[in-house]
Design a protein around this ligand. Structure first.
Ligand SMILES: Nc1ncnc2c1ncn2[C@@H]1O[C@H](COP(=O)(O)OP(=O)(O)OP(=O)(O)O)[C@@H](O)[C@H]1O
Ligand SMILES: [Mg+2]
Length: 380
């Protein structure tokens, strides 16, 4: 058998982090990157430069020797592109039938209701009076664009329709559809990750706690500290059920809220996800290796953790012009530094640091301290 070729659409850090796993497995990673400066451009075995919306670029990605499969590192893939891949005889994984529930939060909420999975109260809103009616019933709520959001963009807490006028106007003029959700009184945010291959095998990783700051993931602790065995099993079962019912292939992350009353689904990501970066250094099989295995329908790897605790702290862009000098400044020999090769802009995800250890608090503190040094040499 010739070595498999996996095509990836999207050239950010997620595609970049697939490369070491592909190299280890002898898989050729061919990535469609937006420019030769993209995070995945230098790391990929083959980089094709172009936009996913450009049919010629997609054709070059799929050209001979043909990839065995095509996958995505983000959800913003037009349906025509997925269809073009299938039409060219290259299986798209996850396929459109699954992907649309990660692309569109209205479709996702409706599907969770159909499956009887725990949703917040929600409704689609087209007008100010739709929104006022929901707010009258539920109080302050969370308004979202159904499509196109990431890192908290496309999410706004509102207590009156006046605060949503711009989005309502945009929606009325061909912009993204809107939905409103009751504001969930969560005690913390969790994520459950699962991989599923086309033949049906699934494997879940330990459930993690994720801390968001200003709508952006800041730290992830694996496993979620103090999570009861029952809730952990529930979260893993929810992720497996979604993966199976939606026919997801590849890695799925289910973002969850934990409340005093139980778990609530927040959203789905059908690709490696920030909540799973800890698996590179903290699990037998990383989410990136597992995604490649899953989309190629290979046996899935062990998801067991390698240490009692693993903490991943994001490096969100700070004051440095370039992060290279940071490598010399982190003295903690257990701090695993991952830099994405991206230009630094304030708040931008430019890298992460992972630390494993025997004590949750100490491991957390070390990861946060090292990430702060990478960011700007300073305190967290
Ligand atoms: N219904 C809700 N109730 C309370 N908080 C919410 C609700 N929905 C979202 N949030 C908060 O806003 C954050 C971002 O929301 P969401 O995950 O839907 O947006 P996103 O921008 O698509 O996400 P990501 O940052 O994962 O790409 C959540 O992690 C959570 O902190
Ligand atoms: Mg989210």
């Amino acid at each position: 058998m010739t070595p498999p070729i996996v095509a990836v659409i999207g050239g950010g850090q997620l595609a970049r982090m697939m490369a070491p796993a592909a190299t280890a497995l002898g898989i050729t990673l061919r990535v469609l990157v937006e420019s030769d400066q993209a995070a995945a451009a230098a790391s990929s075995h083959e980089a094709v430069i172009g936009l996913p919306t450009d049919p010629d670029a997609v054709a070059r990605l799929l050209a001979a020797p043909h990839p065995d499969v095509v996958t995505w590192e983000h959800e913003h893939i037009p349906a025509e592109v997925v269809e073009a891949c299938e039409a060219a005889g290259v299986p798209a994984r996850p396929g459109l039938g699954a992907l649309r529930f990660a692309q569109d939060k209205i479709d996702m909420r409706a599907r969770m209701d159909e499956l009887g999975l725990p949703n917040p109260a929600w409704r689609q809103v087209s007008t100010a009076s739709d929104l006022e009616a929901f707010l009258a019933e539920h109080g302050t709520a969370v308004l979202k664009t159904a499509r196109g959001g990431y890192d908290g963009k496309g999410v706004r807490v509102v207590s009156s329709a006046a605060q949503a006028r711009d989005w309502l106007d945009a929606a009325a003029n061909g912009g993204p559809r809107l939905l409103v959700e009751a504001k969930v009184p969560f005690t913390r945010e969790l994520a459950a990750q699962v991989a599923r291959r086309p033949s049906g095998e699934t494997r879940t990783w330990p459930v993690v706690e994720s801390i968001q700051r200003d709508g952006v993931c800041s730290e992830v602790t694996a496993p979620a500290p103090g999570l009861s065995a029952e809730r952990s099993a529930q979260a893993r079962a929810i992720a497996e059920r979604i993966a199976t019912e939606l026919d997801v292939t590849g890695v799925l992350a289910v973002e969850l809220f934990e409340t005093d009353a139980g778990l609530v689904v927040n959203e789905l990501a059908m690709r490696p996800h920030n909540s799973g970066h800890w698996t590179i250094d903290g699990a037998v099989t990383s989410q990136f290796e597992q995604h490649l295995r899953a989309v190629l329908d290979l046996p899935l790897g062990d998801t067991a953790p390698l240490a009692p605790w693993t903490v991943m702290a994001n490096v969100l862009g700070g004051t440095r012009a370039s992060l290279g000098e940071a490598l010399g400044e982190v003295a903690d020999p257990g701090a695993k530094i991952h830099l994405y090769g991206k230009g630094v802009r304030p708040g931008r995800k430019v890298g992460h640091v992972t630390v494993t250890g025997a004590d949750a608090r100490e491991t957390y503190d070390r990861a946060v301290a090292a990430a702060a040094i990478v960011r700007d040499g300073g305190a967290a």
